[in-house]
Design a protein around this ligand. Structure first.
Ligand SMILES: Cc1cc2nc3c(=O)[nH]c(=O)nc-3n(C[C@H](O)[C@H](O)[C@H](O)COP(=O)(O)O)c2cc1C
Length: 260
């Protein structure tokens, strides 16, 4: 039986298609029950070793210190601030119980580490969608990857537990339009791979730039007048500063057991 095109206005599909990253939140005091519901929903995602841990950061003095490291208002303003960590430490303890000579004692572990990162992503998206279902929007912030050691020290997180991302959540205080995505033909292929054409990629970049300009995206969130293409070019530029940062992050990840 061939299914007709499913309607996107119902149930989970509506949540998925309605979700946008929200960077301005209304005030709220989420209860412990709400937090536990969100994290348990995250845990229902497909998993391998469940190599993730979330730290709920509530104390204003900790939030202030994180603001000091990031100068990002969201870390102070979001009703829920979660730090998603890759927990190689607990996975190693689990393996220690099972086998004296196990693979994590012999890095690199490309299969386990790629799977661990992947399952942390599935956990995060489940948690984010559960948030949407109860009226809590969210945004992911990538500061932790750049601040690894500083956040470990601040929050007394031991070696082997790697800060990856913040997930900031709360009732939305803004209602932005849907953000651009690549056209389906660049993402969905049948029975093989079709190389994207340069013109298709350029057209996508131009269209995305136009849509984000219409939203006033970079002025609103970053306070700059750049286009998406200019912003992206700046973000990915390889210079000496970037080289140093990437070498530091690589070393931090390796020291903490993420060795691919
Ligand atoms: C791995 C990852 C890291 C992200 N880091 C940031 C960030 O540091 N700051 C931010 O404002 N948004 C961040 N985002 C959110 C994206 O900017 C956002 O999802 C994207 O622009 C698409 O917008 P939408 O979620 O509203 O569809 C991140 C998203 C992902 C998946």
């Amino acid at each position: 039986m061939v299914m007709s095109r499913p309607r996107r206005k119902r149930g989970v599909l509506s949540l998925i298609f309605r979700r946008r990253s929200i960077r301005i939140f209304r005030e709220a005091r989420p209860s412990r029950d709400i937090l536990e519901l969100l994290v348990e929903a995250g845990q229902r995602a497909p998993c391998v070793y469940q190599s993730y841990t979330v730290v709920n950061i509530t104390k204003p003095e900790l939030r202030d210190k994180i603001y000091g490291l990031t100068e990002d208002n969201i870390v102070k303003q979001a009703p829920i601030l979660l730090l998603l960590c890759l927990d190689v430490r607990r996975t190693r303890m689990l393996f220690d119980i099972l086998e004296r000579r196990h693979i994590l004692a012999r890095p690199p572990n490309p299969i386990e580490m790629v799977e661990a990162i992947f399952e942390a992503g599935l956990f995060a998206e489940n948690l984010i969608l559960a948030g949407e279902a109860i009226g809590y929007s969210s945004v992911i912030l990538d500061w932790p990857l750049r601040l690894g050691g500083d956040l470990q020290n601040l929050l007394h997180i031991p070696e082997g537990v790697i800060p990856l991302f913040f997930i900031c959540m709360g009732p939305p205080g803004e209602n932005p339009p849907p953000r651009p995505r690549m056209p389906l033909e660049l993402i969905l292929m049948s029975d093989g791979y079709a190389e994207p054409k340069r013109e298709q990629l350029l057209r996508y970049l131009e269209e995305a730039s136009e849509k984000l300009a219409a939203e006033g995206y970079f002025m609103k969130y970053v306070g700059v007048r750049s286009t998406y293409m200019e912003y992206l070019a700046e973000k990915i530029r390889s210079d000496r500063e970037m080289e140093v940062l990437e070498a530091e992050v690589s070393e931090f990840l390796r020291r903490n057991g993420l060795s691919i």
